[in-house]
Ligand binder design. Structure first.
Ligand code: SAH
Ligand code: SF4
Length: 408
């Protein structure tokens, strides 16, 4: 059941271009902004530090609140830039506390209404996980994934990736001197509302390598958002040449969308497999920088009825992963309108997970979260581009029935 829904009107078609926002910028991006308004180079480093603190530590939305910065400079900044966050056009809160935000990015030109992406927040007892997107849509065409059916594709900028965390913390009241909104999950161990980030929303993060790398740089900076690199997981469908560089340059946790144990089937489910087959992918995993028992690779395996869920496949999965410090995540397939797949039956998933468990892997089947609001990672924004927000929300409600059915 959806317990709360908010939506806002669409912007006018030819609205004036908004001032560029400083939120989401890297340190060098902020230095550029200061350069544009004529701040001398020798002063810039110190000013960047001040802006950084106000933007990322305090989350301020107004230059006037930046009291350590002189009035003249504040006015000059406000004249040219904003501290706007992308607009949340719809918010849904699930009965289990999962929140899904539909976020409209700032337009990139006068004819652009602004691309929309979804971002999901999943609160648990010991953590709060934010599922973020790296692209609008996806150029890959995994047959079980709704994102792969979307035509509109572009990389999100670094700012747009960081902004998803900023929006989440803003909506959860998770900045100093802010209070949590009603119904928000409040950690009782002094932890953060968002303690973990997974790149499991829309898009293939390793096809937007620089954008994701720079966003992680901002997110992990100790003087701002301060998330540990081990609390960030980048999920890839298997872009083999970028896996080593991901470990070396980003140092995050790695998740691999495996989904099949034979090339023939994986070619069909994850067409990128034709370019980088299973053996090459697992080789890249074996040499992932920093790999150890404390830093395991997560292998995602979506449970598709009668397609990849036999006992023999469970045994083959275990055999393939031998020697790789790994976790296995069995994901119940989340159906979408028009899909040819069904989710495996519950007893089949249990049987599969038992084989994996007996081989020494804790294989928690991810409890479907936010099913009532169609919030599963990997199945975010659907092909509802042309629908109004209201029609879109009604569509989501209709899909609730199918999702619930699949979960039982
Ligand atoms: N492109 C990246 C990250 C985004 S998809 C990747 O493929 O890894 C995040 C995860 O959700 C992937 O494991 C993906 O296979 C899975 N997924 C996609 N569609 C799904 C669906 N309908 N039900 C369950 N999981 C799905
Ligand atoms: Fe793209 Fe990942 Fe979906 Fe495949 S599963 S289409 S790579 S988002």
């Amino acid at each position: 059941m959806i317990v709360s829904v908010a939506e806002t009107a669409a912007p006018a078609a030819h609205a004036a271009m908004p001032k560029p926002s400083l939120v989401g910028r890297t340190r060098s991006g902020l230095a550029e902004a200061l350069n544009e308004i004529g701040v001398p180079e020798k002063e810039r480093r110190m000013r960047v530090g001040q802006l950084w603190n106000w933007i990322y530590h305090y989350g301020v939305r107004d230059f006037a609140a930046m009291t350590t910065i002189g009035k003249g400079l504040r006015a000059a900044l406000a004249e040219r830039f904003s501290l706007d966050l992308p607009e949340v056009t719809a918010e849904q809160v699930s009965t289990d506390g999962t929140r899904k935000w539909l976020i409209r990015m700032a337009p990139t030109g006068p004819r652009d209404r602004g691309a929309e992406i979804e971002c999901v927040y999943i609160p648990e007892m010991d953590r709060g996980t934010l599922c973020v997107s790296s692209q609008v849509g996806c150029t890959l065409t995994c047959t079980f994934c709704h994102t792969g059916t979307q035509r509109l594709v572009r990389n999100l900028t670094t700012e747009e990736i960081v902004a998803q965390l900023m929006v989440a913390r803003d909506r959860l009241g998770d900045f100093p001197n802010r209070s949590a909104p009603d119904g928000a999950f409040v950690p009782n161990d002094g932890g953060r509302f968002v303690s973990n980030i997974v790149f499991m929303g829309m898009g293939e993060p390793l096809y937007n390598f620089d954008g994701v790398r720079d966003a992680i740089e901002v997110i992990t900076d100790n003087e701002g958002l301060s998330l540990g690199r081990r609390r960030i997981t980048v999920s890839t469908s298997g872009v083999v040449p970028q896996i080593g560089p991901l470990g070396a340059e980003m140092g995050t946790m790695l998740a691999i969308s495996l989904h099949a144990v034979r090339d023939e089937l994986r070619n069909e489910l994850v067409p990128l497999n034709r370019k980088y087959p299973i053996a090459e992918l697992l080789e890249a995993c074996r040499s992932y920088p920093g790999l150890s028992n404390a830093k395991r690779i997560t292998f995602e395996y979506v449970m598709l009825k009668g397609v990849n869920d036999s006992d023999a496949e469970a045994r083959e999965l275990v055999r393939l992963l031998k020697g790789i410090p790994a976790k296995i995540n069995l994901i119940p397939f989340n159906p979408w309108p028009g899909t040819r797949y069904e989710c495996s039956d519950w007893d089949r998933i249990e049987r599969f997970s038992e084989i994996v468990f007996r081989a020494g892997y804790a294989s928690p089947v991810r409890t479907p979260r936010g099913r009532d609001i169609l919030a599963a990672c990997g199945q975010l924004k659907s092909e509802t581009e042309k629908l109004s927000a209201r029609a879109r929300l009604m569509l989501d409600q209709d899909e609730t029935a199918a999702a619930a059915q699949a979960a039982h």
